[in-house]
Design a protein around this ligand. Structure first.
Ligand code: SDX
Length: 429
């Protein structure tokens, strides 16, 4: 591959360096383009534009490959735990036993929220979406831990990372308890992360929660599968907010808001609502396949398609298998929504419209069916996605602020508004 390419603009010839990644992805370095030519590039949706170099996650969308720090997602989903994967994403290597014990301990110690924060929940209306609560409370952590931004101090960095990962789970659990009029269930020191999450969700004073090892294994797998996905919309949001040197809690709060959209993390909730609509409509899928293809309809097949994957999303393949296994485990394998989802997938994959556009099921297509079987309500699905994605957001934020080329993100634009004109007093308008 050449070290650079030549670009001729208005008679000026300039050289653009070529950058090659470790997986042989290629980029043109245009960082000097405007200074040398006065030109900028334009790329709505950043379809062709890289925002950074990163060593965290690799995706090959054509081959359906996803690796965290070089380790295939299939191996991590099968053999690791969410806490171990969080450490891998953030620190770059799988933790040695002492490192894992120390990280787990920090998560346990940091898992309480300030008692005053409990009053936040009574300020929300009963039907408040938990993503609204989660984003505002994560941002509000900076009001309680204002001294947390000495990120150059390794101990302080470890502490703020533990606080973010531990407290997002507690805030999520408390908002779930509040939505059902149930008492808050505190984290327990001797429970690992995912068992603690399930216990905080489902334990009741009158009926203690039986920690089902299969549910714990599955929750670890789901959070691992959602933990990172390179420069997706919410991670790019966390990077951009963090690039102004806003604190980590503020950057995560912004990431939660970006994830909420139905085109992104909100799709898992939209998939279940779509499947329920089809079920209510008799369960036939062809009508909805036709609507998804109809440009005059705003209906989209939620949980289908992806900006990067033009092959199966490897996470969807793993989740579909886990879905069948868990529904059998809980005796819900006759869930009509699962059958509709499978029919919908088969019909779409057999249809030229989807095949030509390389639209396959993504991570959100089957995840909601599992959460439903775990008795997690639909409006909590994207909250589960946010809990899983927090280590990925942190890993990218940390990589960015520690990069030698760190600077505030500030894209350019091409102005298309009115040219210069005078102010007109209101009496003359
Ligand atoms: C996530 O980026 C990430 O990595 C995200 C994520 C992560 O882990 O962070 O993987 C998580 O957000 C997964 C995606 C969840 N969203 C959905 O399931 C919503 C439904 N899917 C889409 O709206 C869409 O596929 C996107 C948003 C996912 C991707 O949008 P793009 O890349 O901008 O693609 P596009 O909208 O330009 O679509 C290209 C063509 C269009 O048709 P034509 O104009 O070429 O005729 O494909 C069509 C689209 O109309 N199309 C769909 C479709 N998705 C794309 N048609 C019907 N149903 C769909 N779902």
């Amino acid at each position: 591959m050449p070290q650079s390419v030549e670009l001729k603009l208005n008679g000026t010839m300039i050289e653009l360096p070529v950058i090659e990644g470790t997986e042989h992805e290629m980029a043109l370095d245009i960082s000097k383009l405007r200074a040398k030519t006065k030109f900028i590039t334009l790329d709505p949706g950043y379809v062709n534009t890289g925002s950074c170099k990163s060593a965290i996650t690799f995706i090959d969308g054509d081959k359906g490959i996803l690796r965290y720090r070089g380790i295939p997602i299939e191996q991590l989903a099968e053999s690791s735990t969410f806490v171990e994967v969080a450490y891998l994403l953030i620190h770059g290597e799988l933790p040695r036993p002492k490192q894992l014990t120390g990280f787990s301990q920090r998560l346990t110690w940091a898992s309480m929220i300030h008692e005053d924060m409990k009053t936040f929940f009574s300020g929300y209306p009963a039907g408040a979406h938990p993503m609204a609560i989660l984003s505002s409370m994560m941002g509000s952590l900076s009001a309680y831990y204002s001294g947390d931004d000495d990120y150059k101090n390794p101990k302080q960095m470890d502490l703020v990372i533990a606080r973010a990962i531990a407290k997002i789970r507690t805030i999520a659990a408390f908002s779930f308890n509040k939505s059902r009029g149930l008492p808050f269930v505190y984290p327990e020191a001797d429970l690992p992360y995912c068992a603690n999450l399930l216990n905080m969700f489902f334990h009741k004073p009158t009926r203690p929660y039986h920690i089902d090892p299969e549910a714990v294994r599955l929750m670890n797998q789901l959070l691992i599968l959602h933990a990172d996905h390179e420069q997706n919309c919410s991670t790019s949001t966390v990077r951009l907010v963090g690039s102004s040197e806003a604190n980590l809690y503020a950057a995560i709060s912004a990431g939660i808001c970006a994830l909420w959209g139905r085109l992104h993390g909100g799709a898992n909730q939209a998939v279940i609502e779509m499947l329920q609509r089809i079920h209510k409509d008799g369960g036939g899928v062809q009508k909805y396949i036709d609507m998804a293809k109809d440009k005059n309809s705003d209906f989209r097949l939620m949980g289908f398609g992806h900006r990067v994957y033009k092959n199966f999303d490897p996470r969807a393949t793993i989740i579909k298998k886990a879905c069948r296994r868990y529904l059998e485990h809980v005796g819900a394998d006759d869930d009509p929504l699962l059958n509709i989802a499978i029919k919908l997938e088969d019909a779409a994959l057999a249809d030229d419209y989807f095949a030509e556009r390389k639209l396959y099921p993504n991570v959100d297509f089957y995840s909601g069916i599992i959460y439903r079987a775990m008795k997690i309500p639909t409006n909590m699905f994207t909250v589960m996605f946010a809990i899983g994605r927090t280590p990925g957001w942190i890993a990218h934020w940390k990589e960015m602020i520690e990069a030698p080329e760190f600077r505030i993100g500030r894209p350019r634009q091409i102005y298309t508004g009115p040219v210069e004109r005078d102010y007109v007093p209101i009496s003359e308008r």
